[in-house]
Ligand binder design. Structure first.
Ligand code: SAH
Length: 477
């Protein structure tokens, strides 16, 4: 973060605006609504000022601004697009000790004005640090669409109970949990559906019973998908925002961890550089312990938690200890690889079924049901197969599968470093070696692989992806 976001109280403060442009009107409107007395200097005010002229805190001066006009001001906005005026404004602001912000001229600005989603008293300010205002605007439009207008009123409604809740519920953690349950639960639902009376009653009842509710936490077993944070589910994201503690492993990348609540405790339970992994039993025991202490525990796993992820084993113990839990599916690696490689796992002309296997070799042996893999008209998606690729391909050949059978390896699917090779059972190993794949990788075997030539759509280079999605978004705008 290079710029510090803050929300200023402008009550009783003076703000000067140089210019009568649309930007000037926007700055004026925002400063007025934050309580400032605003002085605008220009002989020609645009129409956007019309609705503001009644406001008694607005003073219009139909002359150019002087350096002296800035004395005593808290903020000076330059919006005239005139370099000479901008420079004067900046100079005057420095002499007066005021913050200056000049539209389009960072060298004269102490701060930039963010894109704002206004659900007063709830306000969201977005900035791209001046690099791309259009991205900030696109984001703002999305958030506008996402946040019902009633959110602002809900903040006000909840705010009325703040003192009472602080009195009744002791302990910052307990209070936070109470509020999260209220906002994200039936009280929030009632309020947003327009029934403030019911919401109030529900909140009062919850408050009266707050000391009776047992202090039991819960566990969210959440699939984080293949790596691209964009592929998380809404529910995953919501629970990631609610967790007190997160247990995560190697496949969960930084981009996803960024989205976990900032102040949640992060515990890494994956393989460490010394290759020591926390035992499954220890992970389950830790979850039981944390949840028994009343914590909301997020168990975040790559892909889908129930596909080769031992998610089932981890929650068996929770079930035995009667710890509440919920499971959120994620996009499993084979599905993600299929989409991002342009290789449909089933296709009427090629395969009517698909099987997922792991090829995790032990002591140089791959214990697979080779007969099943050799079935016609099917696709095989292999997890954890990179290290034993040699055993896999020779094993398939030994069990009668033609060396000409198409195969693909998708490495780091959906991530910026995604790479793909295609070939055949006979040559895929050498191709993979030449690429120096690091994993995680999925191997797809079957004639569907040939469809990639027509259906591949995703560029393996991050730049390509960025250009593509950005231009798509701009077109939508
Ligand atoms: N539960 C996970 C799988 C865990 S097993 C899921 O549903 O996807 C780990 C294996 O998943 C890796 O060895 C690799 O085969 C595969 N994998 C996970 N993420 C991947 C990715 N982004 N690209 C390719 N393969 C991936």
């Amino acid at each position: 973060m290079t710029l510090l976001p803050i929300f200023l109280d402008l009550t009783g403060k003076t703000v000067v605006v140089d210019g009568g442009t649309i930007v000037a009107a926007r700055r004026t409107k925002q400063a007025l609504s934050a309580g400032a007395e605003v002085h605008v200097y220009d002989s020609n005010l645009c129409d956007d000022f019309k609705p503001l002229l009644e406001n008694k805190n607005l003073k219009v001066h139909t002359r150019p601004i002087n350096i002296d006009d800035i004395q005593g001001a808290f903020i000076a906005y330059g919006t005239s697009n005139n370099p000479q005026r901008n420079q004067t404004l900046h100079q005057g602001a420095k002499m007066a000790g005021a913050l200056a912000s000049v539209d389009g001229a960072t060298k004269y600005s102490d701060f930039i004005s963010p894109s704002v989603v206004d659900r007063a008293p709830l306000v969201i300010a977005i900035s791209s640090g001046g690099t791309s205002p259009i991205i900030a605007r696109i984001l703002r439009a999305r958030l506008e669409a996402l946040l019902p207008p009633a959110y602002g009123r809900m903040a006000e409604f909840m705010g009325r109970f703040r003192d009472k809740v602080s009195h009744t519920i002791q302990g910052i953690d307990k209070r936070r949990r109470f509020w999260e349950n209220m906002i994200d639960g039936p009280v929030g639902d009632s309020f947003l559906s327009g029934d403030a009376e019911a919401a109030e009653k529900q909140l009062e009842t919850a408050l009266e019973n707050s000391d009776k509710t047992p202090d039991m936490g819960e566990v969210f077993l959440v699939g984080a998908g293949p790596g691209d944070p964009d592929l998380l589910t809404f529910r995953a994201l919501r629970l990631m925002q609610r967790a007190d503690v997160v247990l995560y492993d190697r496949l969960v990348g930084d981009g996803i961890m960024e989205l976990v609540r900032r102040d949640a405790t992060r515990i890494y339970v994956g393989k460490r550089p010394d290759h020591h992994t926390m035992f499954q039993g220890d992970i389950s025991a830790l979850m039981v312990k944390l949840a028994s202490e009343g914590k909301r525990v997020l168990r975040l796993k790559g892909g889908d938690p129930f596909i080769f992820g031992r998610g089932g084993e981890e929650i068996e113990k929770l079930a035995r200890h009667r710890i509440p839990f919920q499971v959120v599916p994620g996009i499993t690696a084979a599905i993600a690889c299929s989409a991002y490689a342009g290789i449909p796992l089933t296709h009427r002309d090629h395969a009517q079924s698909c099987i997922f296997i792991t090829a995790h070799g032990k002591d140089g042996v791959l214990d697979l049901d080779w007969g099943v893999l050799a079935r016609p008209n099917q696709t095989v998606a292999v997890y954890m197969g990179l290290a034993s690729l040699n055993l896999l391909t020779t094993g398939l050949a030994a069990h009668g599968i033609s060396g000409a059978t198409p195969a693909a390896i998708i490495d780091n699917a959906t991530r910026p470093n995604q790479r793909i090779v295609t070939g055949t059972i006979a040559n895929i190993r050498h191709k993979a070696e030449a690429e120096n794949f690091t994993g995680p990788s999925i191997i797809i075997i079957g004639s569907v692989v040939t469809l990639r030539d027509q259906l591949g759509w995703y560029s393996d280079h991050q730049d390509g992806k960025f250009t593509m999605s950005l231009s798509a978004k701009i077109n939508i705008q």
